[in-house]
Design a protein around this ligand. Structure first.
Ligand code: SF4
Length: 432
């Protein structure tokens, strides 16, 4: 546990490394309990320090933050895992030599509330439902995939998966808001099934706030019964979804259903303006919806950071899906600044070339793509190599193959910068 200086917790005498056991005699299962218990004005913290238990007290004014941060969100054991056997499960399509945490099939409603993870509702107990209602855990993020019971049961290979509409209605009755998603699998839950799902979920608006539609991600270890969509099929699905979106905009006042960026890019269509996301971009962007729009709209701040690097040649790497967008911006930047830029589309050798997003690239994938002879003369100590932060989301900033960005610097010998977008705009962190 860490304690912010000058915070309520710090003034009460809590220290970094203390173990927080209870607040106002309520034991704590997770960060949600901490938030709920800490909403009182008078606080008594039961802590363990150097093997000794002690109680310290504090007063908290309305709106004041407690100032505590925890290494893990859950204190009472590992996260809840799913009981489904989805035929399209990405975890089952991974090579066997990645780090153990990537194979955890997270389906924990507490992580949905805290971190926006999608859950299926198929493993909830009566006590979980009571807790969602009592602590008003809203919004939650739910993977629906199909509202037709038999279709959902078949997709998720779980006989308990068919009650989704009743479960969503139960959440609605509790006043819980819900973001939903459909992972679209060719021939399984598209066509008329998708029509039904969009219509059923929109009937629960405004409690069901959004529905994102994402084409299934398939690796080279996929179930051989499954295939990816062709670009032509993607274009047809995009038209289908946008037709419903236009109807919802006329009847509900919002688009309600939002296609993944991948669908626009593969269909060769421009991504919509930010207004088309109805102010819900923050809830959807992690799911691949609106990332391109956000990039385009923040390009001005990234351009300024890139110009500040003061290198005559830059190499930008990204996944093959986004590379054309990046390349178009690179050409403008080159014309404006005279800086020479190479945009490198990195094929995903780890998962297979049907996986096209930057967030699933490894350091090995990037180094392999940089082997190109034409690039080798670009990579020296005077050049800057820009890599997206999505690659390095593992513990301590490592990629999926557990390698940090510094490995790229050591191998290439050029300056490496990790590009990250946050609320303040773009940051280019130099890799030491
Ligand atoms: S619910 Fe998610 S983690 Fe579980 S099997 Fe389905 S896709 Fe995999």
């Amino acid at each position: 546990m860490t304690v912010e200086p000058e915070s309520v917790a710090s003034q009460a005498g809590l220290h970094r490394g203390d173990r927080l056991l209870a607040i106002n005699a309520q034991s704590l299962r997770d960060v949600i309990d901490v938030r709920v218990c800490a909403s009182e004005p008078e606080l008594a913290f039961l802590i363990e320090r150097d093997g000794q238990r002690m109680t310290v007290t504090a007063q908290r004014h309305y709106g004041q933050s407690l100032g505590l941060d925890f290494q893990a969100s859950l204190f009472d054991g590992p996260m809840r895992v799913c009981r489904n056997h989805c035929e399209f499960c990405f975890v089952d399509q991974m090579p066997s030599d990645l780090r153990a945490s990537l194979y955890v099939k997270d389906d924990d409603y507490r992580c949905s509330f805290l971190h926006g993870n999608y859950i299926t509702l198929t493993n909830l107990t009566g006590a979980d439902w009571d807790r969602i209602a009592d602590q008003h855990l809203s919004p939650l993020y739910v993977s629906v995939h199909a509202t037709h019971p038999e279709t959902r049961i078949a997709l998720m290979k779980n006989p308990r998966a068919g009650d989704i509409m009743a479960q969503l209605q139960r959440l609605v009755a509790m006043g819980i808001q819900i973001h939903t998603q459909v992972v679209l699998v060719p021939g399984r839950n598209d066509g008329p099934q998708l029509d039904r799902t969009m219509s059923d979920l929109a009937a629960l608006y405004p409690n069901v706030l959004t529905l994102t539609v994402v084409p299934v991600g398939l690796t080279r270890w996929r179930n051989p019964d499954l295939r990816p969509y062709t670009d032509r099929e993607i274009a047809a699905v995009l038209t289908q979804v946008l037709t419903w979106q236009a109807q919802f905009r006329a009847t509900l006042g919002v688009g309600f259903v939002y296609p993944a960026d991948e669908m626009y890019l593969r269909a060769g269509e421009p991504v919509p303006e930010v207004e088309a996301y109805d102010g819900r971009l923050d809830a959807m962007v992690e799911n691949g919806v609106g990332m391109v729009r956000r990039f385009v709209d923040t390009w001005g701040t990234l351009k300024a950071r890139l110009a500040d690097l003061a290198v005559a040649r830059q190499v930008w790497v990204t996944g093959t899906l986004f590379a054309p967008v990046l390349r178009a911006h690179a050409r403008v930047f080159e014309a404006e600044t005279g800086v020479r830029i190479d945009v490198v589309d990195v094929p995903n050798r780890t998962f297979g070339e049907t996986v096209t997003v930057a967030g699933l690239l490894t350091v090995e994938d990037i180094l392999a793509a940089l082997q190109d002879a034409a690039l080798r003369d670009a990579l020296d100590s005077a050049s800057g190599l820009i890599v997206p932060a999505e690659v390095f989301r593992g513990p301590g900033g490592v990629a999926l193959d557990d390698q940090p960005a510094s490995v790229i610097r050591e191998v290439t010998g050029c300056r490496v910068y990790v590009a990250a977008l946050d609320a303040q705009g773009w940051d280019l962190r130099a890799v030491g």
